[in-house]
Design a protein around this ligand. Sequence first.
Ligand code: NI
Ligand code: MN
Length: 227
Amino acid sequence: MAKLTFYGHATFGLETDDGTRLVIDPFFGDNPACDVSVDDVAADFILLTHGHFDHVADAIPLSERTGATIIASYEIAAYMEEKGRPASPQHIGGGVEYPFGHVKMTPALHGGKLDLPGGEKFTTMAGGFLITLVGGQRFYHAGDTSLMTDMQLLKGLVDVAVLPIGDRFTMGPADAVRAIDFIEPKVVIPCHYDTWPPIEQDAAAFAAAVGDRAQVQVMMPNALFEF
Ligand code: NI
Ligand code: MN
């Protein structure tokens, strides 16, 4: 079983069957939805969907302490290498085979600024990740994105989908339901909501709107989901 831990906002830990620890979009210290210190998190790989602060804030300290390799778009990976961090550059549409499984960067419609000191010249595009673990589980973290017709290309490829529902900066609940119609995952985990007042949402109402399209797993921060 893969073990998925939600740290609030868009931050997830994913431990594979063989014990490899992935951390997606590490945002701990300034994350109001998270009471876990980045100092207490284990990581072998850190995956960054895009460069906004609420997705990369703790990437460097986490990599410095654990030695974890940072998987990100070419431009963010170049920034991380400049900071002395081990990085594996990828880009949208491209997949890489890692010891724990296959990671493909998926498109996202969203901003591409890198919100770290000196990051201005590292312009990039936002993305998401389609992760196929060695154990066979297929996991999709959409990143920050609007609804896109491109999501139809993920149909049949995803068991567990993490989708933003916060509205304002990403899809809201209604568009997330349409995304589920496109992707047809077995399980949906909403994220990127309730972190701050501007993205407050009613997760129970979202689950009701999804209905029998998929199993909605509303995760409280620090909750664990196995699949
Ligand atoms: Ni963003
Ligand atoms: Mn965000």
